[in-house]
Design a protein around this ligand. Structure first.
Ligand code: FAD
Length: 310
């Protein structure tokens, strides 16, 4: 039996998250196949077959994958289910959408947000917003895992010599949803979950206009901009900026938290960052407990200062 990894890509490149899922898959000790659902004009197959550690790229190409929806991806997974005993995806928005549907169709219970693979039945995963780490043991013959990608390295994008196997795209049956439109935040900045440096703002920023102060610092550092849920819920920035338990998980080399108190749900999404810097005017703010460097200061003075020094 083998491991099937569901690839995420933009038609040109695989996501960094997919490379981390492949690294996790290696720990299961089986051959790894990569399911690539793409529209026919995509170049991504060439990129996919060069990834080190991949045996076969399953080429599900069809016009409908210009915009993927979970029903179509899950149908592809189910169509090849007999060859695999592991089905892996990243715990990104896309993986959280696709894999549960496939797992339900396979009648298996998904194990989510795996941070460590101890053996092919035993996995570690955070629970209670990361306050505890559970070690879970599966009794299932087949397993579906979403992978917390910040806990794994990235497989090398080159050096692989996978073969490509053309697959028939299955009919997803009478589906209840269809693609309507994509609304993407267009930004020149690095993607939040892949960035080397993240600068995040919280409720202390007071409003969306003040995020310009953060963005100026982020530009100097070539950083992504993130936010706490309070900042998102207050409408300062769009939802896809949110870092935390119900947002994105990030583990950059440097995370700068500005005007963020450090609630456990925020920490759940960023505490694995290599170096954490906090700027907060309240010296009792819990963020300072996880920060490597803390600056007790008014952010409206500290941010312009920092920008000019950078
Ligand atoms: P606050 O807690 O209000 O903190 C603002 C901070 O800014 C304070 O520490 C204050 O001292 C500081 N400040 C104010 N003015 C200045 C200034 N001028 N200069 C410097 N510092 C200043 N939260 C997340 O972030 N991500 C999640 O994914 C998430 N998921 C959640 C899921 C659930 C089920 C629940 C219940 C909550 C979740 N939350 C999440 C919300 C979380 O509990 C907190 O409410 C939220 O993180 C607080 O955001 P904040 O730190 O920006 O705001």
């Amino acid at each position: 039996m083998k491991t099937l990894v569901i690839a995420e890509h933009n038609g040109e490149k695989l996501s960094a998250a997919t490379l981390s899922v492949i690294d996790a898959a290696k720990k299961l000790g089986r051959d790894i196949d990569l399911l690539v659902a793409s529209n026919s004009s995509s170049n991504v197959l060439e990129v996919a077959k060069a990834v080190e550690g991949v045996s076969t790229v399953l080429d599900f190409s069809h016009e409908k994958f210009e915009n993927e929806i979970a029903e179509d991806i899950a149908a592809c997974v189910v169509s090849v289910k007999d060859s695999y005993d592991f089905f892996l995806a990243s715990s990104s928005t896309s993986g959280k959408n696709n894999l549960p549907r496939a797992a339900a169709l396979l009648d298996i219970q998904q194990i989510s947000e795996v941070t460590e693979i101890l053996d092919d039945k035993t996995f570690k995963k955070p629970i209670y917003a990361g306050s505890c780490i559970a070690t879970v043991q599966s009794t299932q013959e087949k397993n579906a895992l979403t992978i917390r990608t910040t806990s794994f390295e990235k497989a090398s994008a080159s050096g692989g010599t996978a073969s490509v196997e053309k697959k028939d795209v299955p009919d997803s049956g009478s589906r209840k949803s269809g693609f309507v439109k994509n609304e993407l935040t267009v930004s020149d900045r690095p993607e939040l979950t892949a960035a080397d440096i993240v600068v995040s703002g919280g409720r202390g920023m007071q409003n969306g206009e003040n995020f310009a102060l953060l963005e100026a610092v982020a530009t100097k550092l070539n950083a992504a901009v993130g936010a706490s849920r309070a900042a998102v819920d207050s409408g300062f920035v769009p939802n896809d900026y949110q870092v935390g338990q119900t947002g994105k998980s990030v583990a950059p080399n440097l995370y700068i938290a500005v005007g963020i108190s450090g609630a456990i749900q925020h920490l759940a999404g960023m505490k694995d960052s290599k170096t954490i810097v906090a700027i907060n005017k309240d010296e009792e703010a819990p963020i300072f407990k996880v920060a490597d460097y803390g600056l007790v200061a008014d952010l409206f003075e500290a941010l312009p200062d920092l920008e000019s020094k950078l």
